[in-house]
Design a protein around this ligand. Structure first.
Ligand SMILES: NC(=O)c1ccc[n+]([C@@H]2O[C@H](COP(=O)([O-])OP(=O)(O)OC[C@H]3O[C@@H](n4cnc5c(N)ncnc54)[C@H](OP(=O)(O)O)[C@@H]3O)[C@@H](O)[C@H]2O)c1
Length: 308
């Protein structure tokens, strides 16, 4: 970066990291590697030893760490720990910037933003979609939400952590994207494991099924943009197949699972949701109409279909 103007380049801006667990230590190391002066603080100070040997400064208190950086990254167990630290005696937040990469819920993120901003600080909430060893590489995706101007100001510094993105002004968005990613991940894995269990009853091992499963997952992923348009329009014309046709195939899946003696909870759940949508009159529409079932509390959907 051109630094002839006397303005500090992003890599000379001081950064503080509060919370030196497995993840916090990786974050601090990535900032050190990128050339930032790094101040660290941890409740158990011994965890800072290697970072100090590598050039970090150990702050005597969390308040000192928050005063030392152009921004302070928090990475603690949970939001209760975040509030413990921020409510500490010597912690003044006026004029500071806090980037909170602790995992939590969207309401945790929004509440932390309100509390921190009320005390005169700028706040970004974040979520780390990576393991500690990936931090500092492009594979580490770090999500941020909160004021765009704050993100843009600090993006060159935050980029030391990996691939950083800003999702929107609502500070709850990082946590929501985080859990939306998790529901995708576990649903795909559970579906693959169920399919694997079925095929193993016929002597097909997991490694043989995996490439076929991968192909199916990639094909289904390709449908998402078109299906998303239907969801956003709220209109679900059956261009490929109707929900009723899908429900018949779901019955085959349950029957096959029962006959094979494998767990049938997943196909039964899939069919129960689709059955409610058919009962509500959507049988001739296309699969994404199920967004209506997924958009209401579970109890509400079940009560309606059972006439309660
Ligand atoms: N590790 C991962 O693979 C990963 C991946 C994505 C996201 N994350 C998220 O990153 C955050 C940190 O994870 P981690 O793996 O680093 O956890 P960790 O190794 O258990 O570290 C937790 C940190 O929180 C501190 N802490 C807890 N309660 C505190 C309190 N009341 N006051 C002050 N400090 C407190 C601990 O301090 P002490 O050292 O004194 O106990 C420690 O520095 C979590 O929200 C986690 O979900 C982790």
């Amino acid at each position: 970066m051109d630094n002839t103007s006397g303005t500090p380049s992003s890599s000379t801006l001081p950064v503080s990291v509060v919370g030196l667990g497995l993840m916090g230590r990786s974050l601090a190391r990535a900032f050190l590697r990128a050339g930032h002066p790094v101040t660290v603080w941890n409740r158990t100070s011994s965890k800072a030893a290697q970072l100090v040997a590598d050039g970090a400064r150990l702050a005597p208190s969390a308040g000192d760490a928050l005063r030392s950086g152009s921004l302070t990254v928090l990475c603690l167990t949970d939001y209760a720990a975040v509030l413990d630290v921020l409510d500490g005696d010597d912690v003044g937040l006026d004029g500071t910037t806090v980037v909170n990469l602790t995992s939590g819920s969207s309401s945790d993120g929004r509440e932390a933003a309100r509390r921190v901003e009320r005390r005169g600080a700028r706040y970004l909430d974040g979520a780390i979609m990576a393991v500690p060893s990936a931090i500092g590489t492009a594979d580490a995706v770090v999500l941020h939400s909160g004021p765009r101007s704050v993100f843009e100001k600090h993006e060159p510094t935050l980029a030391a952590l990996g691939t950083v993105t800003h999702l929107g002004e609502d500070p709850g968005l990082a946590a929501l994207y985080d859990v939306a990613g998790l529901t995708m991940m576990w649903s795909v894995l559970d579906a693959w494991l169920h399919g694997t269990a079925l095929l193993r009853t016929a002597g097909v091992d997991a490694a043989t099924f995996a490439p076929f499963a991968q192909q199916i997952a990639a094909e289904v992923a390709g449908w998402l943009p078109g299906y998303a348009e239907q969801v956003d329009r709220g209109s679900f014309p059956a261009e490929v197949s109707t929900l009723e046709t899908d429900v018949r195939a779901m019955s085959h899946l349950i029957a096959e699972s029962e006959a094979a003696g494998v767990n049938d909870e997943l196909p039964r759940l899939i069919k129960a949701i689709a059955d409610r949508s058919v009962a509500a009159g959507h049988g001739t529409e296309q699969y994404p109409v199920l967004i209506e079932e997924f958009s209401k509390p579970s109890g509400a959907g079940q009560a309606e279909s059972s006439g309660r």
